[in-house]
Design a protein around this ligand. Structure first.
Ligand SMILES: Cc1cc2nc3c(=O)[nH]c(=O)nc-3n(C[C@H](O)[C@H](O)[C@H](O)COP(=O)(O)O)c2cc1C
Length: 205
């Protein structure tokens, strides 16, 4: 892949992600690995769905009371990574998580189908299941059926569910090469530096 020298990583990321939505047909290009600390400082990683990039910030949605959600309150530093196989490209991002405001979370919640809204209501994400999985599935089916009978099209967003922004402090673009001499470009910004300028460096593979 051609790697133009782009001054800001936001534009670079957006153009590469756009390409990934066209090339990555066999897997969802929005799947993003997200590493963080839980409340005890234990490093933990999971996949979430990348929901968009706005004003230089990435977003995703989750349960605010999940293991990750509680961990963010104490340790807001996170790291994310995408791998787009068909482009042999990895993008790594480090930054700070911030919660969406209510209007932003409502918009994201309202974009979800009723089935997913019911699932969110039934899930105490990351806590031990207090029933069998079969019972949980039945509860979902019954709730959905009940709501459809009442012609309910959407539920109000619960307080424990919402979006997060990742405010990036570092991007790294990795372009794989067949000879293993991979190209890496990092963009680093000191969050305390008001100029918002990115320091760009090439890294050894
Ligand atoms: C492909 C994929 C996409 C996922 N997307 C999300 C998501 O957008 N938000 C979310 O909270 N969990 C998502 N999950 C589930 C998480 O990986 C994880 O199981 C859950 O968030 C609980 O993580 P925690 O216990 O670290 O808080 C996804 C899982 C997979 C495999």
């Amino acid at each position: 892949m051609k790697t133009p020298r782009v001054k800001d990583p936001e534009t670079f990321f957006s153009s590469i992600f756009k390409k990934a939505t066209k090339t990555e047909r066999s897997h969802d290009p929005t799947v993003m690995a997200l590493a963080s600390n839980d409340v005890n400082g234990v490093v933990t990683v999971r996949y979430v769905l990348f929901k968009g990039f706005k004003n230089g910030k990435l977003c995703f949605a989750s349960n605010y009371e999940s293991r990750k959600g509680l961990g963010f309150e104490k340790y807001p530093n996170v790291a994310a990574s995408f791998y787009w196989h068909n482009m042999y490209t990895q993008v790594r991002i480090e930054g700070i998580v911030e919660k969406f405001n209510d209007v932003e979370s409502d918009a994201l919640w309202n974009s979800r189908p009723l089935e997913s809204q019911v699932s969110a209501f039934l899930s105490y994400q990351s806590q031990p299941l207090r029933k069998t999985f079969k019972e949980l599935k039945l509860a979902h089916k019954e709730q959905l059926h009940h709501l459809k009978q009442l012609q309910v099209k959407a539920l109000p967003r619960p307080d424990f569910w919402g979006g997060y922004w990742i405010v990036p402090t570092r991007f790294e673009f990795w372009f794989g090469q067949a000879n293993r001499l991979h190209e890496r470009i990092s963009y680093i910004r000191n969050p305390k530096n008001k100029s918002k300028r990115w320091t760009i460096e090439n890294l050894y593979p």
